[in-house]
Design a protein around this ligand. Structure first.
Ligand code: EPU
Length: 418
């Protein structure tokens, strides 16, 4: 099993190219099931989760062409078998995103129920209730969600109990082929949903309000093919910026979108970073030891849960004490134990972590538990004294394209070992 060996103490500097967003690319790939025509997606990151989604589309019967320049072409003709098996869904929860498009286009789908995961129970009840409101008969049987509708889905007014990113995406896609108008209330506002709506509009859908908490969709009889470039990964961007802040570095993230990172940039400025931005770049310079920052994770546009672990690592070496409250997932503090093994002083009480900054961390073998947790360990290792071995880094390969190449290019001493 691959591990990362990192020698701490290097100041990061230089330019890093930000990849297309994993969390945008996954629903975009699922949306290609809504038409029999060819959908071409460019700026697709090369990541394990993307491979899983591509395998799933292939298993469903879609023709797929991947070229070496990060583009994927999907043609989901009429030979689709609307069955997403457990072997693939268990690898990646986002597989549930094929449910809405399949029922909307083919009138029936069986998708394995995703299990629990490291960061929380993550039910899909809101996805199911939404489809039921649109007239589908949905049963959970033998570990599968089985959704059926006679004729077409019917437009409906759907009120989410909480803003759910995946739930909003699933129902937004389904609504595009429903009969009449669908209104999604208390919808999630994440940039990945805006990117999905952009693709759907290019496919001929009529959507208003994506990026707000109320999205209106006028269903169409059919959609057509198109080409679309995946939006930049705001979480990858934020992760490299934190790396620069922790190492007192000076880096520029290229091909990114500063406007999608307001809450994160604000906290980096509070920590003492000097930040300048252009249309598609962000430069961060940090002279001194960071100041600890406090925040609570919340749906977009507030501070993202996907950046919580990385800021925990930053606080671990900051001056002062920072309080972090996780409100999205019930079990997203698994990195705390591992950061403490590196010498951090973090105390957890329920959903609150209090981080008392220490001047230095010391290298130790540590274990990654999920995607963002693994990044927090890599960040801590970049400033720890000595060589840290981060185990189980398959988690990081799910969401960070070429992580060691990118960090090495910025001056980090990092290598992959067996
Ligand atoms: N929830 C329910 N019922 C539902 C759906 C969600 O109770 O039917 C709850 C969840 O358990 C959670 C909260 O609502 O407590 C928010 O979950 P959401 O549905 O928004 O999350 P998701 O769609 O499963 C996506 C990202 C996550 C990111 C969250 C929150 C993808 C593929 N995943 O997950 O990304 O943390 O939104 O922003 O887009 C990551 O990239 O590391 C990652 C975990």
């Amino acid at each position: 099993m691959d591990k990362l060996l990192i020698a701490g103490g290097q100041r990061l500097s230089g330019d890093v190219r930000i990849s297309g967003s994993k969390n945008a690319a996954l629903p975009l790939l699922a949306a290609s099931l809504l038409t029999e025509e060819r959908v071409v997606l460019t700026n697709i990151p090369q990541l394990h989760d993307i491979t899983t989604m591509v395998q799933l589309l292939g298993r469903l019967g879609a023709d797929i062409l991947i070229d070496e320049r990060c583009s994927v072409e999907v043609k989901a003709g009429t030979q689709i078998t609307a069955l997403a098996p457990y072997e693939l869904v268990k690898k990646m929860r986002a597989s549930i995103l094929v449910l809405g498009p399949l029922v909307a286009r083919f009138g029936e789908a069986r998708v394995s129920l995703p299990g629990g995961c490291a960061i929380g129970s993550r039910p899909v009840d809101q996805h199911i209730r939404g489809l039921q409101a649109m007239g589908a008969d949905v049963q959970v049987e033998n570990g599968y969600v089985h959704a059926r509708v006679t004729g077409r889905l019917q437009g409906a007014r759907i009120m989410f109990e909480m803003p759910t990113v995946g739930g909003t995406e699933n129902l937004l896609m389904a609504a595009c082929l429903a009969d009449g108008e669908t209104v999604l209330e208390n919808a999630a506002r994440e940039p990945e949903i805006v990117d999905l709506a952009l693709l759907l509009k290019r496919m001929g859908a009529l959507i208003e309000g994506a990026g707000t908490d109320c999205i209106r969709v006028q269903g169409m009889k059919s959609l057509h093919g198109c080409q679309h470039r995946v939006v930049a990964d705001r979480i990858e961007t934020g992760s490299y910026l934190v790396a620069a802040a922790m190492t007192r570095g000076d880096i520029t993230c290229r091909d990114t979108r500063p406007d999608l990172l307001d809450a994160v940039l604000l906290k980096l400025k509070d920590a003492g970073a000097e930040i300048t931005t252009g249309e598609d770049w962000i430069r961060l310079r940090m002279e001194d030891r960071p100041q600890a920052v406090s925040f609570r994770t919340q749906p977009y546009p507030a501070f993202p849960t996907d950046m919580q672990a990385q800021f925990m690592a930053l606080n671990a070496v900051a001056q002062g004490t920072g309080t972090i409250i996780e409100t999205i997932f019930e079990n997203r503090f698994m990195h705390v134990q591992e950061l403490n093994r590196l010498g951090a002083q973090i105390a957890v009480d329920g959903h609150t972590a209090v981080v008392t900054g220490v001047p230095t961390l010391q290298a130790a073998p540590v274990m990654a538990t999920d995607l963002r947790a693994s990044m927090s360990l890599v960040l801590a290792a970049l400033v720890a004294e000595g060589e840290t071995l981060v185990d189980r880094i398959y988690h990081i390969d799910r969401g960070y394209e070429c992580v060691e190449e990118k960090l090495r290019q910025l001056g980090a001493r990092i290598r992959r070992v067996q």
